[in-house]
Design a protein around this ligand. Structure first.
Ligand code: HEM
Length: 169
């Protein structure tokens, strides 16, 4: 598609979104009445495990369930949240492909992607920062660790809100 002010031949968002929406998986998502809801159910199951595991860990960092050692809880929960991305990402991509031209221009969808990226960076900053000294945490996790946990809870809640709002905007 030619866009005024856009050099001919260079790809733009509408080009690749139209291309994606015409790929066989995207056509199948729109042609089969059961496929879209089935993929959406898998998406929901995946992010329920992802966000649920992260939220349980964040609440432990904030001081709930102090009898559970932080590192042992992390060893149990975090592989589940990381593993569930194997379900969340492909299903999210399929849902996106089905409606790519609309969603690529949807600010709520773009905000959702930005929030996921920020939540990921927040988790990396937590693990590369205060979590390295978790063995030495006393009764309470240090303020920086708790700040990461609060931010994480808020960001994932906002991601869920954006995902749900996509049905309305
Ligand atoms: C990583 C954490 C994620 C969470 C917590 C999340 C959350 C959600 C939620 C709550 C919904 C609405 C489900 C419903 O009401 O039936 C949804 C739908 C959707 N998600 Fe995600 N999502 C995530 C990742 C992704 C990714 C990475 C993509 C794309 C690359 C994506 C694309 C979509 C699409 C296209 C929909 C359908 C929107 C519509 O109704 O038109 N999601 N997601």
């Amino acid at each position: 598609m030619l866009v005024p002010g856009h050099p001919a031949g260079a790809p733009n968002a509408a080009d690749w979104a139209n291309w994606l929406a015409a790929t066989p998986p995207a056509l199948a998502m729109r042609a089969n009445a059961w496929l879209y809801p089935a993929v959406e159910i898998a998406h929901i199951a995946g992010f329920a495990v992802l966000v649920g595991a992260v939220a349980m860990f964040d609440l432990r960092v904030l001081g709930l369930g102090r009898e559970l050692p932080v590192r042992a809880l992390a060893r149990h929960l975090l592989p589940w949240s990381a593993g569930s991305t194997l379900l969340v990402l492909p299903t999210g991509l399929l849902l996106f492909a089905a409606e790519a031209p609309d969603l690529a221009a949807n600010r709520v969808f773009l905000l959702k992607l930005v929030l996921i990226a920020v939540a990921g960076l927040n988790a990396l900053a937590f693990h590369g920062g205060p979590y390295r000294a978790a063995d030495r945490w006393q009764e309470r996790a240090p303020p920086r660790a708790r700040a990461h946990a609060v931010l994480s809870l808020l960001l994932w809640l906002a991601v869920i809100a954006c995902g749900r709002l996509l049905a309305y905007v």
